[in-house]
Design a protein around this ligand. Structure first.
Ligand SMILES: Nc1ncnc2c1ncn2[C@@H]1O[C@H](COP(=O)(O)OP(=O)(O)OP(=O)(O)O)[C@@H](O)[C@H]1O
Ligand SMILES: [Mg+2]
Length: 359
């Protein structure tokens, strides 16, 4: 049984359960609706029954609960029973609920299974590189736990502006620097405050940033995700049709295992994984730029792409100037365009654009 908690895992667990009256899977009969997963591992769903007063109802609910509880990370299961009616019996696929953003061509997620591997550095530099190549680019910082995009894009002091649209609705006005529009969770959180938001609130904020922001016309909206496979990932993948996901990893084996989880989540949701970026691939000493040290061993990127079965979009070396650029708010593709990491990041941006446009 999988330990990765997502809607597909729950549907899989429920597939063997048959409706006692019709002798078909309750999933195939579309009797299971509104599956939701809370961050504390509680799973809830609605069960549609032709006869909610049937004596077969309770055994069926118990069977569903047992099947879902067999998934490692589930803590509890809540089932709401409603009567089936012809009007709601039309098959609904999870993708039906996806809603694009007006004016935005492609939304892509930069993700990883693990923290600190360089997602934000990659997201920011890819965004700036794409803008530099003439594309219209936005970046949504969806990392509620450590929203670093404003610092890395030199927009730490930016304030979120909420303006009234003609129809009276509140519209969030993105900040703008280096040709990139940006909205960040950082704008909503007092500095140095720990974040204790739970799923539904986070869900609301991400959706507001997606749909009630004045993104205008964009070729690419890049979403910088928090590490792991939690609420933010779920909200994003269930809200907007994603053109693809990029997984950032580092060469060590542990990081690779985490990447596999991150990767699987997108694949399970039917979202194309454009490829992986191997960050901190090798070290270039600032005083000896022609030297490179394979700190974590060599060929890791290739091995990772083979093992994970996805393309390798590029390898970014470990360079002090990349970290310094991030801290100063000048992305390395602009601050040191001739450096090895800037070159690698530009190539990665090109590879991402090519893959999105010719899937
Ligand atoms: N290739 C690199 N060379 C040097 N420093 C790097 C490199 N990649 C990332 N860093 C530095 O490592 C730190 C973590 O990077 P970053 O914030 O981009 O990772 P992240 O995956 O977004 O982290 P989190 O999971 O916390 O969001 C930052 O200080 C960044 O400047
Ligand atoms: Mg980050």
């Amino acid at each position: 049984m999988t330990d990765l908690l997502d809607i597909q895992a729950i549907q899989q667990a429920l597939t063997p359960i048959v409706d006692p009256d019709r002798q078909k899977s309750i999933i195939d009969l579309n009797m299971v609706r509104d599956i939701a997963i809370k961050s504390n591992g509680v799973v809830s769903f609605t069960l549609l029954l032709n006869d909610p007063n049937s004596p077969k109802r309770d055994p069926l609910i118990q069977e569903c609960k047992a099947a879902i509880k067999a998934i490692a990370s589930v803590t509890d299961v809540w089932v709401k029973v409603i009567a089936n009616s012809p009007t709601i019996a039309t098959p609904a696929s999870p993708t039906n609920a996806l809603q694009g953003i007006e004016g935005v061509k492609y939304v892509l997620a930069i993700s990883s299974g693990k923290g600190g591997v360089g997602k934000t550095s990659v997201a920011v530099n890819v965004a700036v590189a794409l803008a530099d190549m003439g594309a219209k680019v936005g970046i949504l910082d969806a990392d509620i736990y450590g929203p670093n995009v404003p610092v890395m894009l030199g927009m730490e002091a930016a304030q979120v502006k909420v303006v009234k649209a003609e129809n009276g609705a509140d519209v969030v006005e993105p900040a703008f620097n280096y040709g990139v529009k940006m909205i960040s969770m950082a704008f909503l959180i007092a500095k140095d405050q720990p974040v204790v938001w739970r799923g539904p609130m986070l869900n609301g904020v991400i959706r507001q940033f997606l749909y009630q922001a004045n993104w205008g016309e964009l070729d690419y909206l890049i979403v910088d995700m928090p590490p792991g496979t939690g609420d933010a990932q779920l909200t994003l993948t269930q809200s907007v049709p994603l053109a693809g996901a990029v997984i950032v990893t580092t060469p060590q084996t542990v990081s690779l295992l985490d990447s596999r989880k991150g990767l699987k989540m997108f694949q399970n949701m039917g979202i194309p994984v454009l490829g992986i970026v191997e960050n901190m691939s090798y070290f270039i000493p600032p005083d000896m730029p022609d030297k490179q040290y394979d700190i974590f061993g060599s060929g890791g990127g290739k091995k990772a792409s083979d093992e994970l079965g996805v393309d390798l979009l590029g390898c970014v070396p470990l360079e002090i100037s990349l970290r310094e650029g991030g801290d100063r708010g000048v992305p390395i593709v602009l601050g040191h365009p001739e450096s090895a990491s800037a070159k690698a990041l530009r190539e990665i941006a090109k590879a991402i654009a090519a893959k999105i446009q010719n899937p």
